[in-house]
Design a binder for this molecule. Sequence first.
Ligand SMILES: [Mg+2]
Length: 166
Amino acid sequence: MLKPNAVKKRVTEITPQFLRDIGADALLLDVDNTLSTHHGTELLEGLPQWIDGMKAAGVPLLLLSNSKEKRVKPFAKKIGLPYISLGLKPLPNGFFKAAKRLKIKKRRLALAGDQIFTDVLGAKLAGVKVILLEPIQPETKWSFKVRRLLEKGLRKKYKTCRKVLK
Ligand SMILES: [Mg+2]
């Protein structure tokens, strides 16, 4: 339940071919520490070009964030993508909503995110594929530090699962 289908460092390493290889037709994107720093407005290096490439290849993208609308909306606007805010990951509801919005079956969807206990667990519970990324920047809040500490051992274990795990 906590094991991702694949592990990558940055979202920009994901290609349309890679998504096809893991059996996904569309990609859901976490925002904080996946596309920018936590609550930051600066974009990950190469992000606009990567989004253009995905769009050109016909891969639908949708932001699925646990953050509030007032954080996600302006960010989504900035990069020109649709969004779902207050996603409540790891609950599966946001994933169901995303599948409905994209009109794509859950098992043909993948999420890219940086947290095991929200992104990976949520995707697994919803029957969505998941690519675990490294957080762009370590968070400073103590609650995050605890979570990251818990993730540490698991990340080490999953480091090698770069291929599809069925
Ligand atoms: Mg995140």
